[in-house]
Design a protein around this ligand. Structure first.
Ligand SMILES: *[C@@H]1O[C@H](CO)[C@@H](O)[C@H](O)[C@H]1NC(C)=O
Ligand SMILES: *[C@@H]1O[C@H](CO)[C@@H](O)[C@H](O)[C@H]1NC(C)=O
Length: 314
């Protein structure tokens, strides 16, 4: 009885082993059968993700970090990001109390109100309505009088003469001067400068950008550049935004292009963004994809020989 049970038992285990082996073989062959399609699927999924990723990047760069979002309110103190100064300033005469010793970028919503931004935007709209570029980017420079017209520029003061006082009021110009003074003061305070040793320089201008394709090089605002290289006299650059990212336009974000990644600022009406103008602040503007983006570029120099004066109506 005992032996029989044993024999039966050993038999049973033999059979169990066979069944298990059979199962294992079947499973193995089942896997072998799936291996091809699974590998194909994996390759397809990876390939698709890579294509999507490359497509997203080709749309407008790999934006890595947002420094300031549209919905944030940076007030009363600017949000400051320091960066190491480039050597650009060593190749020029140094102006103590002005030449950057501390470099960086900052953003504030506490210098210009949204109401003031709206008044300045209307001023820009009226001025730019006199002409405008055929491409998507137009400028109006109240200092030199330059206004985009078709593929070129005209001088509004010469071209429109006395009519210009129907377009702009003395009050508009007063606000413009006042705002530029406040921007100068916040730059001086942030970078530890003497505000009286900082001078407005050219070009200082309004810009209006929409998604219409560029017709000339003047319309190609999106190329990466360094202000000090493009315009030798610049030491500090500022931008006053007059419209809102996301509701007035899409695209059009400001991008600092650092070695370690791209850092963006989302425009907001009344927001002032400013930075030292050297190679430490290589930047570009993302292409506007919808709507109209208004801003003022306000530029400063430490070199009194490159100073320009505020615009007046008479
Ligand atoms: C861009 O602005 C110009 C000038 O106002 C206008 O003629 C053009 O239709 C606008 N383009 C788009 C896409 O809205
Ligand atoms: C920043 O964006 C540009 C395109 O705008 C891209 O070519 C570059 O690789 C990006 N930089 C980094 C470090 O991701």
């Amino acid at each position: 009885m005992v032996r029989m049970r044993n024999a039966k038992g050993s038999n049973a285990t033999e059979i169990e082993k066979k069944i298990k082996r059979g199962n294992a073989l079947r499973q193995g062959s089942a896997w072998r059968g799936y291996r091809g399609p699974i590998a194909f699927l994996l390759v397809a999924v990876c390939g698709c993700s890579a294509a999507v990723w490359m497509y997203m990047n080709s749309l407008d760069g790999d934006i890595t970090e947002t420094l300031v979002r549209h919905r944030e309110l940076i007030s009363p103190h600017p949000r400051v990001y320091t960066v190491h100064c480039s050597e650009d300033y060593d190749n020029q005469k140094r102006y103590p109390g002005c030449t950057p010793q501390k470099c960086g970028r900052a953003v504030t919503d506490g210098v210009v109100t949204r109401e003031e931004a709206q008044i300045l935007r209307r001023l820009a709209e009226r001025g730019l309505a006199l002409a405008g570029s055929e491409g998507g980017a137009s400028i109006l420079d109240l200092h030199s009088g330059a206004l985009s017209m078709g593929k070129q520029f005209v001088n509004i003061y010469r071209y429109f003469g006395d009519q210009i006082s129907d377009v702009f009021t003395e009050e508009d110009f007063k606000l413009y001067r006042d705002v530029r003074g406040r921007i100068q003061a916040v730059i001086a305070e942030t970078f530890g400068l003497d505000p009286t040793l900082l001078y407005l320089t050219k070009p200082t201008f309004f810009s209006r950008i929409n998604s219409t394709a560029a017709k000339t090089q003047h319309d190609e605002y999106w190329h990466p550049h360094i202000d000090k290289v493009t315009y030798g006299s610049f030491d500090y650059t500022s931008l006053l935004y007059l419209s809102d990212y996301g509701s007035d336009f899409t695209g059009g974000r400001f991008i600092f292009m650092d070695q370690s990644g791209n850092r963006t600022v989302e425009p907001r009406a009344g927001r002032v963004s400013f930075f030292s103008s050297g190679s430490e602040n290589l930047h570009r503007v993302e292409k506007v994809s919808w709507g109209t983006r208004y801003a003022i570029t306000v530029s400063f120099t430490c070199d009194p020989a490159h100073a320009i004066s505020d615009p007046t109506l008479s």
